[in-house]
Design a protein around this ligand. Structure first.
Ligand SMILES: NC(=O)c1ccc[n+]([C@@H]2O[C@H](COP(=O)([O-])OP(=O)(O)OC[C@H]3O[C@@H](n4cnc5c(N)ncnc54)[C@H](OP(=O)(O)O)[C@@H]3O)[C@@H](O)[C@H]2O)c1
Length: 323
């Protein structure tokens, strides 16, 4: 089978398309014939060698795949050919991937494999940072950075559906048009305007109740500035390459909270806290109240182009590889 490996840390050119043996499912596992593999920002950071606790080369990236069950390991009763999506940890950039049988979600006929591959990481993260971690309530104001991105497009829709007033930032007007279509009430082009000034102006200086920050660095510092008294920031990523820094004295005087979130570690330690959102998310998708925005599709062989597009901020929504 064809697969994509990272043989050393480096730029997107280190992604190596190669042949490998089809993996055999072990006890409790299934083998999935991959129709679409999700590409995540974390895959890019891991390939660069910039991801805390990330894998050492040589490895096959790819933490989520959608496709059909091709073989089942000992103890697993799964019909071959059933349409599934799964989180794989890694190994997803391949024609076949292994997954734990109890981590599978069914893919309804009405949903494409590309859409299905865009569901687990970004929608589970968006729901968790908004609700289980962020504590969003109807009528609150939320600011979502990278509002046209993968997590961003999911979060904008979920926040809007929850009755929040949604502020969103992005680097281009095209990205903001997408965010607006998905329910962003206050699209802000942060390249042209200081988002702190826009938020201050549009909230009568009150600020927002919640910020979702997957960017870090300077953006994180500014996120604290736009928080209202009692506001919360959920820090869930560092797309800028820089972590955010916190002055705890300031937090206590302003009654502001900073909350961290990591999907993989939460799933390991408290899966129920994450997975409780799945039935609601599946229902919303089935009812057409949510959409998985698949922004770009690449052939498996073009994984390097997919990574370069993400690094260059050229993508919106979900990026998938199709073997
Ligand atoms: N904690 C978790 O479990 C978890 C789960 C999923 C994702 N994440 C994190 O969440 C963030 C978003 O992930 P995603 O997969 O949905 O990615 P994404 O939003 O589709 O892509 C990242 C976006 O971040 C913005 N950005 C700002 N500074 C950037 C920079 N220096 N380089 C590249 N992009 C930059 C860009 O949007 P603009 O052009 O609009 O600025 C870019 O399109 C990432 O930091 C990711 O690692 C964390």
């Amino acid at each position: 089978m064809r697969t994509v490996q990272v043989t050393e840390f480096g730029d997107s050119g280190v992604l190596d398309v190669t042949d490998a043996e089809k993996p055999d499912p072990g006890p409790g596992e299934v083998r999935i014939e991959v129709e679409a593999a999700g590409v995540n920002f974390a895959d890019v950071m891991q390939r660069q060698g910039n991801y805390v606790g990330g894998p050492e080369p040589t490895y096959v990236p790819g933490m989520e795949v959608a496709g059909t069950v091709d073989a089942a390991g000992e103890g697993v009763e799964r019909e071959e050919g059933s349409r599934v999506v799964a989180m794989t940890g890694r190994g997803g950039y391949a024609e076949y991937a292994l997954a734990d049988a109890d981590s599978l979600f069914e893919v309804p006929e009405a949903m494409s494999f590309a859409e299905a591959a865009g569901f687990p990481v970004q929608f589970l993260t968006a729901h968790a940072v908004l609700h289980e971690w962020g504590g969003l309530e109807a009528g609150e104001r939320v600011l979502i950075h990278a509002a046209a991105g993968g997590v961003g497009t999911a979060a904008v829709q979920l926040a809007s559906a929850a009755g929040a007033e949604v502020f969103g930032t992005a680097s281009t007007d095209e990205k903001l048009e997408l965010a607006e279509r998905l329910g962003c009430d206050h699209p802000i082009n942060y390249v042209e305007e200081d988002f702190r000034e826009v938020v201050a102006e549009e909230t009568d200086e009150e600020g927002v109740d919640l910020v979702l920050d997957g960017v870090g660095g300077e953006t994180f510092a500014r996120s604290l500035d736009v928080l209202s008294h009692f506001g919360r920031v959920v820090a869930y990523g560092a797309a800028s390459g820089e972590p955010g820094e916190v002055d705890t004295t300031r937090l206590l005087f302003e009654n502001k909270s900073v909350i961290g979130f990591h999907l993989g570690n939460s799933l390991q330690r408290n899966p129920q806290r994450i997975l409780q959102s799945v039935p609601e998310l599946q229902q919303m998708l089935a009812d057409g109240d949510l959409e998985v925005v698949v922004g770009q599709r690449f052939d498996l062989e073009d994984a390097a182009d997919a990574h370069a597009a993400i690094e260059n901020r050229e993508t919106v929504g979900k990026v998938v590889l199709e073997p």
